[in-house]
Design a binder for this molecule. Structure first.
Ligand SMILES: [Zn+2]
Length: 342
C-alpha cells in the first residue's frame, strides 16, 4: 500500500519542477509545497526525502487542516490520525538499536561555528538515548504486517538505548559543495559509513548519519522550503540512512530561533530531535511509520506553540534541551497525540 497515495504522474511532475530550479539558491519553488504531504522527490534518481517544514509552513498547514491532524484533542477513539506501518524497505522499517554518527562536513567548519552548533549537537545526541522524551519511538516496530497500528509486542520495536551517539567526524580536509544537493549528502553518508567501518552487510540497518553543513554552506531551499530533511541511499554497504542538517540558526525564526521563548539556539535541538526520531521510526523512507497523509512521528507535532504537545525544554542526561513533541499512537485512548514523554 505504500506510495499508492503518490500517483506516478504527480511524482514525475515534482521531479521536473525540482530539477529545473535545483541549482538556483535564490529561486523559490524548488520544492513543491502542497497538500500531498512532506514526502517529496527532489532529485531525479534519488529516493524520496521527508522534509521538515519551516515554522511558517507548518503553522499555516495546521490552520488549513483545521482539526484534522490535531495534536491531542479529544479523538473519540478514532485511529485515523495514527501512524501506520508501511512494510519496510528491504525488510527494514525502524532502527532497533539506533546508532547515530554526526558528520561536520567540509572545511567550512574550520574556526567557523558562531552558534556553537557542533558542540550542542554532540551533547544533545549523546544525551537523548534512554530518555522519556525519545521513548515514544518504542511503540513502533518492524517485521509486522503493512497497515499495523499497534505492535502489541509483535515484531521488533524501535530502540531507545543510552549512548546512541556512537561517534562524530570533522570531515574537514576539503570543502563541501557550496550548495549541496541530495546526491551530495548521499555520497557523504556513504563516505561516513566507510570512515566508521560500517561496510558489512546489515551494518547500516539501524544506523543514521547526520550530515551537518557549516554556516552559509546549506542546501538550496533551506529556511524557506524546509529546515532539514532525511532520506537514504543505496550503496555497496547496503541502504544508508542520513539527514541533511543545515546550520539551523542561519534561518532564524523560520527554523526555531526563540520558538516558544526557548532561546536563540532552540531550533538546533528541536529540528535535529525531530529528524533523529523520524529516522528511527522510518529508517528508509517511506517504508516505516507514517500517517495516511504521509507525515511522520515528528512532522505531525512540528512547531506547536501552545497546548498539548507544545515544544518545551526537557531534561536529558542532566542537561536541558528544547525539543518538540513526538506523535504517540497510544495517547488519548488510541486516538493519538503529541507527547513530550512516554
Ligand atoms: Zn519530519
Amino acid at each position: 500500500m505504500r506510495l499508492m497515495r503518490f500517483p506516478a504522474g504527480l511524482l514525475a511532475g515534482l521531479s521536473l519542477t525540482v530539477l529545473s530550479g535545483a541549482a538556483v539558491a535564490a529561486q523559490p519553488g524548488t520544492v513543491t509545497v502542497d497538500s500531498a504531504g512532506v514526502v517529496r522527490y527532489i532529485e531525479k534518481g534519488q529516493p524520496p526525502v521527508v522534509i521538515h517544514l519551516t515554522v511558517e509552513q507548518a503553522q499555516s498547514r495546521r490552520a488549513a487542516q483545521g482539526n484534522h491532524g490535531s495534536h491531542g484533542k479529544p479523538g473519540g477513539g478514532s485511529q485515523t490520525n495514527d501512524l501506520i506501518y508501511n512494510g519496510g524497505t528491504g525488510g527494514v522499517g525502524v532502527e532497533t538499536a539506533p546508532a547515530i554518527y554526526l558528520v561536520l562536513w567540509g572545511s567550512q567548519w574550520n574556526n567557523n561555528d558562531p552558534s556553537g552548533e557542533a558542540g550542542i549537537l554532540e551533547s544533545f545526541l549523546g544525551s537523548m538515548g534512554g530518555s522519556k522524551w525519545l521513548n515514544t519511538v518504542t511503540q513502533y516496530c518492524q517485521k509486522v504486517s503493512s497497515g499495523t497500528i499497534y505492535c502489541n509486542g509483535a515484531g521488533t520495536p524501535a530502540g531507545n538505548q543510552s549512548g546512541m551517539l556512537v561517534n562524530f567526524w570533522y570531515d574537514n580536509g576539503s570543502a563541501a559543495p557550496a550548495r549541496p544537493k541530495q546526491s551530495d549528502f548521499a555520497a557523504e553518508a556513504v563516505r561516513a559509513a566507510s570512515h566508521f567501518g560500517n561496510t558489512a552487510a546489515g551494518s547500516n540497518d539501524s544506523t543514521q548519519y547526520v550530515i551537518a553543513t557549516a554556516t552559509g554552506n546549506n542546501s538550496s531551499g533551506f529556511g524557506r522550503q524546509y529546515c532539514a530533511y532525511h532520506s537514504y541511499t543505496t550503496s555497496s554497504y547496503g541502504d544508508v540512512a542520513y539527514t541533511n542538517l543545515p546550520y539551523i540558526t542561519d534561518a532564524g525564526a523560520s527554523c526555531g530561533a526563540n520558538f516558544n521563548g526557548l532561546g536563540a539556539d532552540a531550533g538546533i535541538t528541536i529540528v535535529e530531535g525531530h529528524e533523529a526520531a523520524e529516522t528511527i521510526t522510518d529508517q528508509f523512507p517511506s517504508g516505516g511509520w507514517l500517517d495516511s497523509g504521509g507525515s511522520e512521528i515528528g512532522d505531525k507535532c512540528a512547531w506547536i506553540s501552545s497546548g498539548q504537545g507544545a515544544s518545551a525544554d526537557v531534561s536529558l542526561g542532566g542537561n536541558t534541551y528544547p525539543v518538540q513533541s513526538l506523535w504517540s499512537n497510544a495517547f488519548n485512548g488510541g486516538a493519538g497525540g503529541c507527547v513530550l514523554s512516554y
